[in-house]
Design a protein around this ligand. Structure first.
Ligand SMILES: NC(=O)c1ccc[n+]([C@@H]2O[C@H](COP(=O)([O-])OP(=O)(O)OC[C@H]3O[C@@H](n4cnc5c(N)ncnc54)[C@H](OP(=O)(O)O)[C@@H]3O)[C@@H](O)[C@H]2O)c1
Length: 244
């Protein structure tokens, strides 16, 4: 991708305070985009944003009205919205019999409803200009399943199908929608994995290691750019070959 390939573009990244979201915000800023990132706490969002040259706003993606109003506000302030990365997500691992009812609610409302709210609001904002690119965060476990992760895997399978269905619906409006499906990436989300589990995942991966947030961010940057102008409805694995 050429330098400044996203110059003049306006981008929103949800869950941008750390991990993959923050790396994505940084990658989009480096490519010349004007970036707004969000997190649940305003001070944390502003601090993270300042560290990468973006602006930061508070947003809980489980709140449909708040998502709609924030997306409208960003599009109004900047005159348009070209790129949305629906990245906010949570993971709570548990064997089937141990899944907490509260975790079902929070996981589905954050990962599934939160992504749906974000894609819905993005589509409304992009429809007017008949152009735009959306990326959502699925997971390899949503594609292939994972013992001890039934709840999370189900939520991420839904996210992948939000991308596929929205791509079908929005293509004629000039809006592309894709998903990335990371393997095990070293962030706060996976920090709770035991060293043994990390080593096992790394050894099952042909590249022999876990992934870095920047490696997911670069793939997202490609998908939202004009380089990917004929790619929509795809779920791109970024997993070092883990599922081979
Ligand atoms: N790391 C991996 O191995 C991996 C693999 C596959 C898929 N993914 C997916 O990639 C995405 C990012 O993961 P990550 O590893 O970077 O996670 P992370 O380091 O835990 O960061 C999660 C981000 O989501 C935000 N967030 C959580 N709940 C939110 C809510 N209700 N409303 C708004 N923001 C919320 C957090 O912001 P605040 O806490 O500041 O609000 C934070 O910025 C997630 O969707 C995850 O499921 C990750």
């Amino acid at each position: 991708m050429t330098d400044q390939a996203l110059s003049g573009r306006v981008a929103l990244v949800t869950g941008g305070t750390r991990g993959i979201g923050l790396a994505t915000a940084r990658a989009l800023v480096e490519a010349g985009a004007t970036v707004v990132l969000t997190g649940r706490d305003e001070a944390r969002a502003k601090e993270a944003a300042a560290s990468v040259g973006a602006s930061g706003l508070a947003l809980d993606v489980t709140d449909a009205k708040a998502v709609s109003s924030l997306v409208r506000g960003v599009a109004k302030e900047h005159g348009k919205l070209d790129i949305v990365v629906a990245n906010a997500g949570i993971m709570e691992d548990a064997l089937l019999g141990m899944i907490r009812e509260e975790a079902v609610d929070t996981t589905l409302s954050t990962n599934v409803a939160g992504t749906l709210h974000t894609v819905q609001a993005a589509a409304r904002a992009m429809m007017r200009k008949k152009t735009g690119s959306i990326v959502v965060l699925a997971s390899i476990v949503g594609e292939y399943g994972s013992a001890g992760q039934t709840l999370y895997a189900a939520s991420k399978a839904a996210v992948a199908n939000i991308a596929r269905s929205a791509a079908k619906e929005l293509g004629r409006s000039g809006i592309r929608v894709n998903a990335v499906a990371p393997g095990v990436i070293e962030t706060d989300l996976t920090a709770g994995l035991s060293e043994d589990a990390k080593a096992e995942n790394a050894s099952r991966t042909p590249l022999g290691r876990l992934g870095r947030p920047e490696e997911v961010a670069k793939a997202i940057r490609f998908l939202v750019s004009d380089e990917a102008s004929f790619i929509t409805g795809q779920v791109l694995g970024i997993d070092g070959g883990l599922v081979l």
